[in-house]
Every structure is written in structure tokens, then in C-alpha cells.
Design a protein around this ligand. Structure first.
Ligand SMILES: [Fe+2]
Length: 201
């Protein structure tokens, strides 16, 4: 934990990014932040840091409607700000499998940025903060926390499926099992009210 992530600055930065490119991604990021803070508290991680990382994981979307480009744009913005841990989260949040080839979506950045992201991703050492944001990204809709299967289906419907999809889904399910164990309970219990509303209306 080599940088001092500041929750207020993360909120301000997300508000700025939202003004550059408004969209459902902003409310999704707020759900990810809330989920990350809640799970962090339940398993003894730093709640405020995890909340800030959740707010910032998709910050590269400030550049506009983009697919893969938001990954490297977020990484670069966070490195400029001096927040390498947030930069690593921007880079890794879609990669429970640490392999750039399993990205579901369009590779819409410059070829040199793709190669740079490939090298950076291969070198990141995954830690619990990275894993927690990957998990929260996979259970967070703009409207609130939901079951992972619903969110993964929603992403699959938008981006289509690939031969790697089931391996990737399994990696997300493994992340849930990991944090269930860390929290000594099914993490869905931490969100039972909003999940009940989401699933049963
Ligand atoms: Fe996300």
C-alpha cells in the first residue's frame, strides 16, 4: 500500500469524469465502491481505500464511450495522479484471469497501448484489493448489488461470448467463494435487502 488514496479526491474525480462522459457507468462505479467498502469492513480490509478503488476502477471512461481503451486510459490517469494501486485496479478489473487475450469487448485503443497494457497486466501481482474490485465489478449494477450470474449475463449479452467465457465466469465465481470464506459468510447476506428488491421486485 504505497500510496495514500483519498476518498474525497476519488469522489471529486468521479464527478469530473461523469461531467466528461455521463452514463450508467457512474452509478455502476458508485455501487462497486459501496460493495467494496461493505465487504472490506466484513473481512478486515481498509474500508475507505477499497471504496475509493471502487469509485476509480472505471475512471478511464472519462474519455468517452470506449471498450478496452478505458482500461489503459484509467491506468494512465491514475499513474499521473500518483495512485499506482488505483492504476493497477483500472488495469486488472476485467481480468480475473490474468491474460489480456480473454478480454470481452472491442480492442479500441492504439496498438502500442494494447501492447503496453499487455506487458503491464502480465507483471501485476494480484492482491486482495485487486481481487475485491474484480468481485465487486461482477456483482454491481447501476441500480445496486445483484447476484453475479445476473451481472455476468448482462455483460455477456452486451459483448457476446467467446471460447474463454466459461473459464472467466468460473474465475469470478471463485472470487466470490474466496471472499465468502474471508467474511465467514455468504457475502450476499451483506446486501440481502437490495438483492431481495432487485430479484423479487
Ligand atoms: Fe466496472
Amino acid at each position: 500500500m504505497e500510496d495514500l488514496l483519498n476518498l474525497k479526491e476519488a469522489k471529486d474525480l468521479l464527478a469530473w469524469a461523469a461531467s466528461q462522459n455521463p452514463g450508467a457507468w457512474v452509478a455502476h462505479s458508485q455501487t462497486v465502491a459501496r460493495a467494496a467498502g461493505t465487504i472490506a469492513r466484513a473481512c478486515g480490509m481498509d474500508e475507505k481505500r477499497c471504496e475509493a478503488l471502487g469509485l476509480l476502477h472505471d475512471i478511464g471512461r472519462y474519455r468517452g464511450k470506449a471498450s478496452f481503451e478505458h482500461v489503459i486510459a484509467g491506468y494512465d490517469l491514475m499513474m499521473e495522479k500518483g495512485w499506482p494501486s488505483a492504476a493497477r485496479v483500472c488495469l486488472t478489473h476485467s481480468f480475473p484471469l490474468q491474460d489480456i487475450r480473454v478480454y470481452h469487448g472491442t480492442i479500441d485503443c492504439r496498438p502500442e497501448d494494447y501492447e503496453r497494457a499487455k506487458g503491464l497486466l502480465a507483471r501485476v501481482v494480484y492482491d486482495d484489493e485487486i481481487r475485491l474490485i474484480q468481485l465487486c465489478d461482477a456483482i454491481s449494477l447501476p441500480t445496486g448489488v445483484t447476484v453475479m450470474e445476473k451481472r455476468l449475463l448482462e455483460v455477456g449479452m452486451r459483448h457476446g461470448l467467446s471460447p474463454d467465457t466459461t473459464r472467466k465466469w468460473q474465475a469470478f465465481l471463485d472470487l466470490k467463494a474466496l471472499f465468502d470464506k474471508r467474511c465467514r459468510q455468504n457475502i450476499y447476506r451483506l446486501f440481502s435487502d437490495e438483492m431481495t428488491r432487485d430479484l423479487f421486485g
